[in-house]
Design a protein around this ligand. Structure first.
Ligand SMILES: [Zn+2]
Ligand SMILES: [Zn+2]
Length: 296
């Protein structure tokens, strides 16, 4: 059982809990299978924990053996933290597709220029005072040279295996920060630097430790409803409509991103009131009547 196949730690845990009940010997499960399952979960859990020693750097000096990459996070991941599966290069091994040749085995080829396609080269053996023939060292006697690169290894002849680990997303990240993970906690021979990129979100953005929620609210919704539904990091929340009549952004205290100290920023509702460009004549007449009533 490979628990790394799951997309999140929570998913793996859920699968473990559900399956372990069925496999338990007390419920007629096989004892061997149960222990094996438990063992693989323990290993997964351990690797998950060790890779969580991370540092956030503002301006790192890249030195020694390192691997540099970018880490794209969603606004929610930055705001709420959590775990993220990271894939990094592992050990190198001979390319299984071309067996180290670096060339596409059934790809295009051309005649070997060294032996002119014969597969042999002539040499004069001084001792024997005779011409002898050697296998062409360039094409190894094939007479032809493969010219297309192996697609698997891009012509290198070796491929890098991939290592996976779970990253504890540090709280309080900003775009352009660097996540640094020491090689010791990754079990590889290089330190890892990941530059943080935040994926654009359709309505959320992070600004100065707060979460901004952009939305458009039709004027009639504010006037006709007691509450307006606002999107939050946790889902949705209803806010009194009267707050939207002040002309100021609506601030939901402590509903923004988490900081490393456990405190939270605010959720700032940056709303625009929607006014239709044109009203049908009938609606206009009705609105006039409404205005008369309001002004009384
Ligand atoms: Zn290859
Ligand atoms: Zn040759």
């Amino acid at each position: 059982m490979d628990f790394r196949q799951f997309n999140s730690f929570e998913e793996a845990k859920r699968f473990f809990r559900e399956t372990v009940k069925k496999l338990h010997p007390d419920r007629g499960g096989d004892k061997e299978a149960f222990l094996e399952f438990l063992k693989s979960y323990e290993e997964f859990f351990q690797s998950y924990q060790t890779a969580s020693k991370v540092k956030v750097l503002k301006n790192p000096v890249l030195k020694g053996n390192y691997f540099f990459s970018v880490l794209e996070l969603t606004v929610e991941e930055v705001a709420l933290g959590g775990k993220k599966k990271i894939t990094i290069p592992g050990e190198e091994k001979v390319c299984p597709k071309c067996e180290g040749l670096g060339k596409k085995k059934d790809g295009a080829y051309s005649q070997c220029g060294f032996c002119k396609g014969s597969g042999f080269v002539e040499t004069y053996d001084q001792r024997k005072e005779a011409i002898s023939y050697l296998t062409c060292p360039y094409c190894k006697g094939q007479g032809v040279i493969l010219t297309e690169k192996c697609e698997e290894c891009k012509g290198k002849g070796y491929v890098k295996l991939l290592n996976e680990f779970w990253l504890d997303i540090p709280l309080g990240l900003k775009e352009g920060d660097y996540i640094y993970v020491e090689k010791e906690s990754l079990g590889v021979d290089y330190d890892l630097y990941l530059e943080v990129i935040i994926k654009p979100h359709p309505y959320f953005s992070l600004e100065d430790g707060n979460l901004k929620y952009r939305c458009q609210i039709p004027f009639w919704e504010i006037l006709l409803n007691d509450f307006i539904t606002i999107k939050t990091l946790e889902g949705e929340e209803v806010v009194s409509s009267s707050l939207f009549t002040e002309g100021q952004p609506v601030i939901l205290k402590g509903r923004g991103p988490f900081f490393p100290n456990g405190k939270r920023g605010n959720l700032i509702v940056d709303y625009h009131i929607y006014l239709p460009k044109k009203l049908p004549p009938k609606a206009k007449d009705l609105l006039k009547k409404v205005v008369e009533l309001i002004e009384k």
